[in-house]
Design a protein around this ligand. Structure first.
Ligand SMILES: NC(=O)c1ccc[n+]([C@@H]2O[C@H](COP(=O)([O-])OP(=O)(O)OC[C@H]3O[C@@H](n4cnc5c(N)ncnc54)[C@H](OP(=O)(O)O)[C@@H]3O)[C@@H](O)[C@H]2O)c1
Length: 299
């Protein structure tokens, strides 16, 4: 059945606005779900409904808000799995067909290495396993997870690109290819999942804006700024061991650094079975154009 009415939880975060924009561009009827205590503005583009849910997101409190919806998307923090669990259960109760959880990973949460290094991905996987079970038990319920690689135009610090200093961090020779996506690409891909419900049912799908090496990104930043940049090189094995030691001791920056490492060394989606660019009708974007825009916006 065609998906028409979609509820989005997390519309005011880093990724949510891009997803909402894409949903509206494809003429989905959109409802923004938000907690009662939310401090975010309730101003959304014309035609968007707002549903305020009590803060504990109890299944019975969410369910009435989901009646009549065909899909629910969560763009809250990936670590907020309890809320997503309840949201998925409410989907089943309200007869919502498709649930897209807050995966949108820099890396593939189904990879063992990833789960060992960064516990967040274990939690994302555990949530996905519960979604699989719900889908097995309820034929009307389906899920899709989207893995997109690093958000490319969100935070340059997160990518270890130091724009002001004209420096960039490198792992080993910087020649490993990794998939990355702009926020616009991720929003668009999310909307297109809902336009292709059969091909995307109950699976992780992978998309990208481009698949690039650190060397290529470095050169693109040199071209966009018209200046020479400095490379700061790290031995990946030593870097991983050191950051893991710090992460295990509770250092949250080290956790982010491990995500950066995994997203640069273990995130080439082009060979994945569910690489969904063709299915979703998407093509690679131009790296130089993306970097030029980022430099213009962030400089
Ligand atoms: N691939 C990458 O490079 C990358 C980077 C960043 C994030 N991600 C992933 O992208 C997804 C979205 O992350 P994000 O950074 O966009 O999220 P985020 O900005 O932290 O999400 C904020 C949104 O969540 C809502 N929210 C926060 N706490 C809530 C609660 N207790 N109950 C209900 N709503 C709550 C906020 O609404 P109010 O405050 O208005 O209530 C706001 O709309 C996650 O899966 C994350 O892991 C991937």
């Amino acid at each position: 059945m065609a998906i028409k009415k979609v509820a989005l939880l997390g519309a005011d975060g880093n990724l949510g606005p891009a997803v909402l924009t894409a949903l509206l561009a494809h003429s989905f009827q959109a409802t923004v779900l938000k907690r009662q205590s939310s401090k975010s503005s309730d101003e959304y583009p014309e035609g968007v409904s707002v549903a305020k849910v009590q803060d504990d997101f109890a299944v019975d409190a969410i369910t009435p808000h989901l009646h009549g919806h065909d899909a629910v998307i969560a763009t809250i923090k990936g670590s907020q799995t309890d809320i997503q669990d309840r949201l998925a259960q409410a989907c089943v109760k309200a007869g919502v067909q498709r649930f897209i959880p807050a995966d949108f990973g820099s890396v593939d949460s189904s990879s063992e290495r990833t789960q060992d290094l960064v516990p967040l991905y274990k939690r994302k996987t555990e949530l996905r396993e519960r979604l699989m079970k719900l889908a097995e038990e309820n034929s009307s319920f389906e899920w899709t997870s989207l893995v997109c690689g690093h958000f490319f135009d969100w935070s340059l610090d997160f990518l270890h690109v130091w724009l002001k200093e004209r420096k960039m961090d490198f792992l080993d020779d910087g020649e490993t290819k990794w998939s990355a996506s702009t926020l616009e690409r991720i929003g668009e891909a999310t909307a297109r999942i809902l336009l292709h419900p059969d091909e995307t049912r109950n699976k992780i799908v992978y998309v990208q804006s481009f698949c690039v090496t650190q060397d290529e990104v470095f050169a693109a930043f040199e071209r966009a700024t018209g200046e020479k940049w400095e490379k700061i090189s790290y031995d990946a094995k030593k870097y991983e061991a050191e950051e893991k030691r710090k992460a295990d001791a509770g250092d949250l920056d080290a956790v982010e650094n491990l995500v950066w490492l995994l997203g640069a060394l273990d995130a080439n989606w082009e060979a994945k079975q569910n690489f969904a660019m063709k299915t979703l009708g998407l093509e690679n974007e131009n790296l130089d154009a993306a970097v030029q825009r980022i430099v213009k916006e962030k400089q």
